[in-house]
Structure formats: structure tokens, C-alpha cells
Design a binder for this molecule. Structure first.
Ligand SMILES: Nc1ncnc2c1ncn2[C@@H]1O[C@H](COP(=O)(O)OP(=O)(O)OP(=O)(O)O)[C@@H](O)[C@H]1O
Ligand SMILES: [Mg+2]
Length: 303
């Protein structure tokens, strides 16, 4: 038994290489999250962030290892895990209401039209799209399309919300507004969320835990950074908190230097016991190097 809601257990992802060998994106990756936590992954391009998210979504399979969500090994996609894509991925021939309703019907197939519509409308209102229900995606701005994606994801009450750089294509103002909405909704509903971002401030604002990945190929989860800022932090005054710069500098230092030379500089890195650190005044406090308890027999057969 485990108190881990999400448990990534020793996963690897390998692709065939040009010389007939195999290229390893990452090996032996272990990561866990509790229910209601917001986790952000940060790492340079190509280190395998999307691959991890796709494996969590069930869109991709690990070459080795297993992923357990709420006590069950992931086997393929599920309406328990909603993905918000950077590219929106809306059905262009359906309206806002039609796109959200489609997801609701997929989850609750026996619901009548009125119930589906009322439920979908609730989430359209929640993301601030009241009045745009009958517009098609081509009539919406990028920010509005992303709101539909958020409404669609939330409408099916997923166990996890998975987001792959959902706001990176948006202007700063819209991005900020959507970050506020996602944060509010996650706090209000206790939503567990796993997000990839390249934006350090976005991670600091949204995440409880920030997972730092080294450069690929052969990337490793180097460190888990616990966010020391108070839960009721606001986006506007984030930078005024006394721990803000310690946290930000710690992440930026990792991206600028440690992510590149991690393997050469850190001896005895144990992927099963990745340190959790909490930046604050002075040096970061090492919170723990937890002993990993497997919740599932690792699937060792290389695919
Ligand atoms: N189908 C594939 N065949 C071969 N290599 C692949 C395939 N899909 C992904 N890769 C490789 O896996 C690595 C990780 O890709 P991934 O998309 O997970 O990176 P990422 O960290 O999300 O990068 P970015 O920040 O640019 O989105 C990359 O080097 C990529 O070239
Ligand atoms: Mg990616």
C-alpha cells in the first residue's frame, strides 16, 4: 500500500538509434506526487519532459518500468487523466459548448442532453467563457481556445490534469490570467496537476513541487524543489516574498549550469532517492532523500 497518488517507478524510454543501437531519452526515472499536489517539470529542450507526460497520459509506453496512479498501473489513455495540449486540440467543427459536451458525454454516456449541457456550461462559466458557447474554435483567440481546453479537461473530473506548456504560445497578459484561473481552480477543487513549463516564474507561482531534469540524452531527475512560498501567494507580489529570489536563483542556476554537468559533478546520485530541497534564506535546506517504496513490480520486459 502507498500514500503516493502518482508513482513513476523506474521508467526508461529508448528509441532505435541510427547505428542500429538504442538512444535512451532517460533511464530509471522515479518520481511521486501526493493527491492534490501541483507538480511542474523544468528542463532543457529534448530532455524528455513531454515523453514523461505522454507516458503519464497513456499516450506513450515506457521501455521499462511502470506508472501507478491511485493504486492502478497505467495501461493506455483514460478519462481519469485529462491532457491540456499547447496546440489546444479542439474539434474545429464543434462549438465551445460542443467541444466540452463531447468530453462530458464520453465520460458519462448515460447522461441525457440537458444534463450534459448544464454540466458543460458550468465549466464554460468557470473559465470565463460565458457568452461564447456557440462560437467555433476558428472564432476564438488563442487564450479563449486554451480556456476551452481547460474547461474540457476539468469537466470530466479527472484524477490528474496533465499540461504540456499550455500557456507558452499566449501573450503575457492572457498567460497571467489563465495561470490565475488554473491556480484558483486547482486550489478550490484539490485538483492534482502535472505540468511542463519553461517559465521559471510560472513554476514558482503554480507548483508545490518543481522537478528538475538534467539535459538529455540519458536525462535524470536531479532534484525535487519544494516551493517555500506560502500557499496563498499572489502572482503580482510573488517577487516580494523573502524566499522568492532564493528559489528563482536555485532553479535558474540549475538550468544554466548544473543541468549540463550534473553527471560529472554529482557522485552517487541515486535515482530512487532524489533529494528534495527547500530554498530559503541561506543555503537550500535538504528536506529529504526519501527511501523509495515500490508500489508495483517494475515491468522489466523491454518494449
Ligand atoms: N518518435 C521518436 N523517435 C525518436 N526519438 C524521439 C521520438 N520522440 C521523441 N524523441 C526524442 O526524445 C527526446 C525527448 O523528447 P521530448 O519531446 O520528450 O523532449 P522535451 O523535454 O519535451 O523537449 P521540449 O522542451 O523541446 O518540448 C528528444 O531528443 C526527441 O528527439
Ligand atoms: Mg516537450
Amino acid at each position: 500500500m502507498t500514500d503516493k497518488f502518482i508513482s513513476i517507478e523506474g521508467i526508461a524510454r529508448r528509441y532505435p538509434g541510427a547505428d542500429g543501437g538504442r538512444i535512451s531519452v532517460f533511464e530509471n526515472l522515479w518520481l511521486s506526487m501526493s493527491r492534490g499536489e501541483f507538480g511542474c517539470v523544468i528542463g532543457h529542450s529534448g530532455c524528455g519532459k513531454t515523453t514523461v507526460l505522454n507516458i503519464l497520459a497513456g499516450l506513450d509506453e515506457p521501455s521499462e518500468g511502470a506508472v501507478i496512479v491511485d493504486g492502478q498501473a497505467i495501461e493506455g489513455t483514460s478519462l481519469d487523466r485529462a491532457v491540456i495540449f499547447q496546440s489546444h486540440a479542439l474539434l474545429p467543427w464543434r462549438t465551445v459548448l460542443g467541444n466540452v459536451s463531447y468530453a462530458v458525454t464520453s465520460k458519462w454516456r448515460k447522461w441525457d442532453r440537458a444534463r450534459v449541457k448544464a454540466h458543460a456550461q458550468k465549466f464554460i462559466d468557470l473559465v470565463g467563457l460565458t457568452g461564447s458557447e456557440h462560437k467555433r474554435p476558428s472564432e476564438l483567440s488563442g487564450g479563449m481556445k486554451q480556456r476551452v481546453g481547460i474547461a474540457r479537461a476539468l469537466s470530466i473530473s479527472p484524477k490528474i490534469m496533465l499540461m504540456d506548456e499550455p500557456f507558452s504560445a499566449l501573450d503575457a497578459l492572457t498567460r497571467g490570467t489563465l495561470q490565475d484561473e488554473v491556480r484558483r481552480i486547482c486550489l478550490e477543487t484539490g485538483q492534482t496537476a502535472f505540468m511542463i513549463t519553461h517559465d521559471v516564474d510560472e513554476a514558482i507561482y503554480l507548483a508545490d513541487k518543481i522537478f528538475l531534469m538534467t539535459n538529455g540524452p540519458g536525462a535524470v531527475l536531479a532534484e525535487i524543489v519544494e516551493n517555500p512560498l506560502p500557499k496563498d501567494r499572489g502572482r503580482i507580489d510573488l517577487h516580494r516574498h523573502p524566499y522568492y529570489y532564493a528559489l528563482r536563483n536555485h532553479i535558474v542556476d540549475f538550468l544554466v549550469s548544473r543541468s549540463k554537468n550534473f553527471a560529472a559533478t554529482v557522485a552517487n546520485h541515486d535515482p530512487r532517492n532524489v533529494p528534495t530541497v527547500r530554498p530559503g534564506l541561506g543555503d537550500p535546506t535538504i528536506v529529504s532523500t526519501p527511501k523509495v517504496v515500490e508500489t508495483h513490480p517494475a515491468q522489466t520486459a523491454a518494449r
